[in-house]
Design a protein around this ligand. Structure first.
Ligand code: 13P
Length: 254
């Protein structure tokens, strides 16, 4: 069975001190949530300090992005090699990267290949815009993003995909559990077609977009949804812990 995964994407929030306080507050509440894999994705500058705080705990670390070259004259970029000592996971192709930093499927694909090559587990984000959704184009858009993002990538059960409809991110208007599950099973079918059924059954596919302690249960109850990529609600320790606890409870009783 796939282990549920809850990841917190802090985006461009928290100073170093705020980040350390938030981690400590989460760790204080974490007893008995072993059935859920827990990943925090703070800003780059906090990774090293947070790695120390997480030593000996069951919480893993992820980066929010990376470049696809190992090193060189790429001012301001962070290389995959710099991350391998620090992180287990890396978020790739987040819609905010695609929208504000012009990341194309081709760039996302280069990053996904690099992450696997170097031993980082990619959390590959896909999602349609409101216009695409209203025009009934969700299926072709998602199909294209998954196919292009995974082009030439060897089958791996370590892949994590996050389905994050853009209209649900930061808007307070989450998809319904049923909507999210339908698109997530589509994604699993695409992965099965690209790779094979066995690997597709191992790949974890998360929902992201306005997930809170109030709606997490609706997503976790769905058969194809393996967890969540949480933005705003991951910045509040009690909210994030509530999401973790509900996920643990629901997944262990299923
Ligand atoms: P919100 O949970 O703030 O809507 O953000 C979702 C997201 O983009 C996580 O990567």
């Amino acid at each position: 069975m796939r282990k549920p995964l809850i990841a917190g994407n802090w985006k461009m929030n928290t100073s170093l001190e705020e980040a350390k306080r938030l981690v400590q507050a989460i760790l204080n509440e974490l007893d008995g949530i072993d059935v859920v894999e827990k990943v925090l994705c703070p800003p780059f500058i906090s990774l090293a300090a947070i790695k120390e705080l997480l030593r000996g705990t069951s919480v893993e670390l992820g980066a929010q992005n990376m470049y696809f070259e190992d090193k060189g004259a790429y001012t301001g970029e962070i290389s995959p090699i710099m991350l391998t000592d620090l992180c287990d996971f890396v978020i790739l192709g987040h819609s905010e990267r695609r929208q504000y930093f012009f990341e194309t499927d081709e760039i996302v694909n280069k990053k996904v290949r690099k992450a696997f090559e170097i031993g980082l587990k990619p959390i590959v984000c896909v999602g349609e815009s409101l216009n695409e959704n209203e025009a009934g184009k969700t299926e072709p858009v998602i199909t294209n993003q998954v196919r292009e993002g995974l082009a030439g990538v060897r089958p791996s059960g370590q892949l994590v995909v996050a389905y994050e409809p853009i209209w649900a991110i930061g808007t307070g208007k989450a998809a319904t559990g049923k909507q999210a599950n339908a698109t997530i099973s589509l994604i699993r079918n695409i992965v099965a077609g690209l790779w094979n059924k066995e690997t597709a059954k191992e790949v974890r596919i998360l929902y992201g977009g306005s997930v809170t302690g109030n709606n997490i249960a609706e997503f976790i109850a769905e058969p194809d949804i393996d967890g969540a990529l949480v933005g705003g609600a991951s910045l509040k320790a009690n909210e994030f812990v509530s999401i973790l606890k509900q996920t643990a409870k629901l997944k262990s009783t299923r």
